[in-house]
Write a protein that binds this ligand. Structure first.
Ligand code: PLP
Ligand code: COI
Length: 361
């Protein structure tokens, strides 16, 4: 694919700011450039890398009215050799296509998504931070741009990849555990809906419940299925727990749960560390009982941004709180977190072949 480059002059680039920062917040900073490509007349065209800035959109664009918009989240890491590596980006590209087809949008071949991302990362390599728990967060997204108010899929689209030098998603990073709200009044997704796609509507509609969770001192909501029977997932991560016989249990992927790349990776890694791993439908009542009885000893969330986030408390709307273990980061979560992040940062051998080095030039 030919990628047209319109780059900022060197003197106008300022990635030094990230090198001097003690720690970085999540998702606030931008690198100098972005990748853009348009879909028109049935083809993807005009691949280009340009300075990061506003993208013109007509007020009648389908994405703005009917939410025809999907995104991905991936990370690139700076290793000690000074090179930049992406983590399982092909999986993100495949999932992007799942999301695109779910929303009746045109797919983008995986190799094109890969090439665009690697090229942008090459241009922006100075923006990849080296601080602990930091990465260059990759946010590809596609949105319908046709100026048409009939309720039909857009005929035109824009694919954009932007980069954000970022630190931990939850402030403080891995040293903290979090509390989740369990509510039976709000749901993230329903069977037959779009929960397994990474589409904007799933997130915008979840702000209301997330806002409620804050009033309970919680970071997020642990969503149940719409019959309030089974555990589904958290707003920005899959959920897991570890039983006292050291089995890692993750809710079965259904069409209302996003198939997390962190989850599938940790399952593979944990097996190699000697853990049993199981996916099943988990009844919320069984979960509560097993937390109370001590059969569940650790719990948390898996996600690209959230990595492995330990959860220590669950609160209900009647203010009842249940606590997992002694509310510290458990030894199993710590062991898995260390092994997982060591592969990402290059401190351990990439024995699963998850990393791709960003080629130079
Ligand atoms: N579930 C939801 C709803 C998410 O937004 C995310 C984040 O991407 C995840 C799970 C974790 O998925 P992944 O590990 O692929 O980032
Ligand atoms: C990610 O983990 O990459 C996500 O997309 C979650 C996001 C909602 C912050």
């Amino acid at each position: 694919m030919e990628i047209k480059m319109t780059l900022k002059p060197e003197r106008e680039r300022n990635s030094d700011s990230i090198k001097n920062a003690e720690s970085l917040s999540f998702g606030k900073l931008r690198s100098d450039h972005m990748f853009l490509m348009n879909y028109e007349g049935g083809v993807w065209k005009d691949a280009r890398i340009v300075p990061y800035g506003p993208v013109e959109v007509m007020p009648g664009a389908v994405a703005l009215h009917y939410g025809q918009s999907v995104f991905e989240g991936a990370k690139a890491f700076r290793h000690e050799d000074g090179e930049i590596y992406t983590f399982r980006f092909e999986e993100n590209a495949k999932r992007m296509n799942h999301s695109l087809s779910t929303l009746c949008m045109p797919e983008i071949p995986v190799d094109i998504q890969m090439e665009a991302t690697l090229k942008l990362l090459d241009v922006e390599r100075d923006w990849c931070p080296a601080q602990p728990e930091s990465s260059l967060y990759i946010r590809p997204f596609v949105f319908g741009t046709e100026d048409a108010l009939g309720m039909e899929p857009s005929a035109t689209y824009t694919y954009c990849i932007m980069l954000s030098p970022s630190g931990a998603y939850y402030p403080g990073g891995f040293k903290n555990t979090v509390r989740l709200l369990i509510t039976d009044r709000f749901h993230r997704a329903v069977s037959g809906g779009t929960g397994s796609a990474k589409c904007c509507g799933n997130y915008g509609q979840a702000f209301r419940a997330a806002k409620l969770s804050k009033t309970y001192g919680a970071k997020q909501v642990l969503y149940l299925d719409s019959s309030n029977t089974y555990i589904e997932e958290v707003g920005a991560m899959n959920h897991f727990h570890i039983t006292k016989d050291k089995t890692i249990v993750i809710p079965e992927f259904t069409d209302s749960i996003l198939k997390s790349i962190t989850s599938i990776s940790v399952m593979e890694l944990a097996k190699s560390l000697g853990y049993e791993v199981r996916q099943e439908r988990i009844r919320i009542n069984d979960f509560i009982e097993q937390v109370k009885s001590g059969d569940i000893i650790e719990a948390g969330g898996f996600g690209t941004a959230a990595v492995i986030t330990p959860v220590c408390e669950y609160i209900f709307e009647n203010n009842e709180v249940i606590t997992v273990g002694d509310c510290t980061i458990g030894e199993n979560i710590r062991k898995i977190y260390d092994a997982y992040t060591a592969i990402q940062t290059g401190d351990a051998e990439d024995k699963f072949g998850w990393l791709t080095k960003v080629p130079r030039g």
